[in-house]
Design a protein around this ligand. Sequence first.
Ligand SMILES: [Zn+2]
Length: 145
Amino acid sequence: MTSNPTKPVTDTGAAKPSLAGRTFEVTRAGNFEAAHHLAPKDPDHPYGKLHGHSFRVEIGVSGVVKQGEDWVADFAQLGDVLAKVTGELDHSYLNEIRGLELPTLERLCVWIAERVAEDLPRLTRVSVSRPSLSETCTLRLDGES
Ligand SMILES: [Zn+2]
């Protein structure tokens, strides 16, 4: 089935509570593996040596459900947008990517947000984490749109 983000789920006519006016946040997560190093100007810095991580990315879209609609965002569209950006990052050397020369989690959040925002006008959150280290960084965009 092809996803169409502009088309709301079809009303089946069944009795249901109205979602109109309620605010929801829906998220979709993806993963990528990549190498990087940080603090290249300080060779003694513990993050200075080339190493790799498994990264997890989560994008969040928020909004008020409009009258006659039953969702804030199509998960299939979120997945397509996310797969495009994680595909670009997967098995890469992050420091070689324009805009990620110093690839902290904060810069990864901004870099990803810049690439998905056009397709997801209701984007309100980008989180990037390194699960094996229990480290997560979240960029909140609630007040920026
Ligand atoms: Zn690292």
